[in-house]
Design a protein around this ligand. Structure first.
Ligand SMILES: [Zn+2]
Length: 334
């Protein structure tokens, strides 16, 4: 996406590390663990894709930057701009920077799949890949989030079926040829006819809701151990001391390991303005997402065995407190 409007000269360098330098007009509003989190995400993404930032180069990131009404960010080669920080979607574009010329279906779909578990609410089954493939931008007549979600769901399918190497090859092949050549390029890489591949995609009930994203970093957050059949995540957190984000919106993340599976009761109590979310780390196989917005709310949900992340979010300059309690209703073994 094109990035216009602001003057880069007004931004000061507020961070320079291994992979990224951050320029800002509001450096004092960036939270304590934000830069560590961005470096960690970039390392994980480079390991996963096998694509490295060119030697002696760094990503240059500008925050805050307004990229237009509906867009939270934009990217150009090794430079990115965003309205929120961190913004993993643009960093994913930066890692795959040589593929920014790829058609919308692959360029945006791959970036969404690779940018972690933030929930934008788009409908991933709204638009067929054949319709997305026919043009080099989001189709008219659909909400923009549906275009991104639908592209991402198809890219997750390609990733699961053919591997990350194939997805990168498709991005490479279509970067120089454009939308008309998508069917031929995909067939060359996968060995499967485009129509056959689409039929297979349409027949598989994959990734309902938003489980198509790869949750690359949130599930490596510190693990909280249960006491008997109960997990208690009681946290005091603030932008200044231990959170990721900016004073506008920041968070801390923990993980829990659910076993045995079954019904769980979740209770949430927090200071005003604080909310929480719980998501499964199983990606497509066991998608689960619960938003905890109401003070003192209780939810009863079924949880598969496995790892989940618990994210607690706040805003402002003061410390906040939150308690998330998850209790298994399944009787414990002898
Ligand atoms: Zn994008």
């Amino acid at each position: 996406m094109a990035c216009g409007g602001q003057d880069p000269d007004e931004y000061k360098r507020v961070y320079e590390g291994e992979s990224i330098a951050v320029y800002s007009t509001r450096g004092e509003d960036i939270c304590a663990r934000t830069f560590t989190s961005m470096e960690g995400y970039l390392n994980t993404l480079q390991d996963f894709t096998g694509v490295s930032i060119p030697q002696d180069e760094k990503i240059i990131h500008y925050w805050p930057w307004s990229c237009g009404d509906e867009l939270e960010g934009c990217a150009a080669h090794l430079t990115s701009y965003s309205a929120v920080i961190p913004h993993e979607h643009e960093l994913a574009h930066n890692i795959l920077a040589h593929n920014l010329g790829a058609p919308f279906l692959f360029r945006e779909g791959s970036a969404v799949v690779l940018s972690g578990a933030f929930f934008d609410g788009g409908d991933p089954s709204a638009i067929d890949p054949d319709e997305l493939a026919a043009r080099n931008g989001p189709p008219d007549g659909y909400p923009l989030v549906d275009s991104y979600a639908s592209a991402a769901r198809f890219n997750r399918f390609l990733l699961d079926e053919y591997g990350v190497g194939a997805l990168l090859e498709i991005l490479d092949a279509t970067s120089s040829t454009g939308p008309d050549e998508i069917p031929a390029s995909v067939t060359t890489v996968t060995g499967v006819e485009w129509t056959t591949l689409l039929a297979k995609y349409r027949a598989i009930d994959i990734c309902p809701e938003i489980g198509y994203r790869l949750w690359l970093t949130e599930c490596s957050a510190p693990t909280v151990a249960p006491i008997e059949n109960q997990w208690e995540i009681a946290e005091k957190f603030s932008c200044e001391t231990n959170a990721i984000g900016s004073v506008d919106k920041f968070w801390i993340t923990r993980t829990i390991d659910i076993d045995p599976p079954g019904e769980h009761e979740i209770t949430f109590v927090a200071d005003p303005g604080v909310y929480a979310e719980i998501g499964s780390c199983g990606g497509c196989s066991a998608p689960l997402y619960v938003g905890l917005h109401e003070f003192g709310s209780t939810h009863t949900i079924n949880m598969d065995a496995g790892k989940y992340f618990v994210r607690i979010l706040g805003s402002g300059e003061h410390s906040s407190r939150a308690l998330v309690r998850i209790t298994s209703n399944t009787p414990q073994g002898p």
